[in-house]
Design a binder for this molecule. Structure first.
Ligand code: ADP
Ligand code: ADP
Length: 226
């Protein structure tokens, strides 16, 4: 459960988020739509404590992002998948996936590797765990990025334009993986320009413009009024 109350965010004199209030219920799939520069990416980066908010509050499972001691807990419950993958180039796909569960969650290496191999299999990359990111296509790297996020067993998964940097012919496999995650109980929040995809999988749609939340409703209501 994620609750935003009157969230403001500015970079110097640039107001990027203005008085945003909304909540994300457990298990819900929300698509965040809106033009470039609307503040969508900043919003989810603030939820994941990658950026500090300037005003208001964000509470994740009862803990505020303003509480420094809560940051690690919030990040354990809330995994992020990035537009540009952000994989470690010197590590293999498998090592990218297992790093945080071993180092941050202090889980048993063999258990984590077994789970990682299962995740790679789920995204169609069972044979590529030993490749480095440079040896994988963009679509394959992004599927590794999704596995890395899922290896933390997060309650919430935040996806930041995860297909925007991938060749169009490679996006289908990535979208298929995300579609499989919808309805599995994980809360999904996806910033996307894939409108048809959002229409297919989202329960809720949030529309942002100029740092403001201008619409937030059931996906059906949103799309029927377009
Ligand atoms: P969106 O995801 O909707 O495209 P962003 O959240 O990425 O929008 O960006 C919103 C605005 O904030 C843009 O004007 C962008 O240039 C600005 N911005 C984002 N990150 C920073 C930063 N670290 N420093 C200064 N401005 C930033
Ligand atoms: P990713 O694809 O990993 O989400 P982006 O390319 O959107 O990353 O942004 C990379 C970094 O650049 C982010 O930390 C973001 O805050 C910062 N950034 C984005 N826009 C601006 C801006 N106008 N000025 C300064 N930093 C920015």
């Amino acid at each position: 459960m994620i609750e935003l109350s009157n969230v403001d965010k500015h970079y110097g004199s640039l107001q990027v988020l203005s008085n945003v209030s909304m909540h994300f219920a457990d298990g819900e799939v929300t698509a965040i739509l809106g033009p470039s520069g609307a503040g969508k990416s900043t919003l989810i980066r603030c939820i994941n404590c990658l950026e500090a908010i300037s005003g208001g509050d964000i509470v994740v499972n009862g803990k505020s992002v303003r509480d420094k001691r809560a940051v690690l807990d919030i990040q354990k419950q809330t995994s992020m998948v990035f537009q540009h993958f952000n994989l470690y180039p010197h590590l293999t796909a498998l090592q990218n996936i297992t790093l945080a569960p071993i180092k941050v969650l202090r889980k048993n290496k063999a258990d984590v590797e077994a789970q990682a191999r299962g995740l790679l299999d789920m995204v169609g990359l069972a044979s590529k765990g030993d490749r480095h990111p440079a040896e994988l296509s963009g679509g394959e790297q992004q599927r590794v990025g999704i596995c890395r996020a899922l290896a933390m067993n997060p309650q919430h998964l935040l996806l930041d334009e995860v297909t925007s940097a991938i060749d169009p012919e490679m996006t289908a496999e990535v979208l298929r993986v995300i579609e499989e995650l919808a309805g599995t109980g994980t809360t999904l929040i996806l910033v996307t320009h894939e409108i048809e995809f959002a229409r297919r999988i989202a329960d809720k749609v949030a529309f942002m413009e100029g740092g403001k939340l201008v619409a937030h409703s059931d996906a059906e209501t949103f799309f029927n009024h377009q």
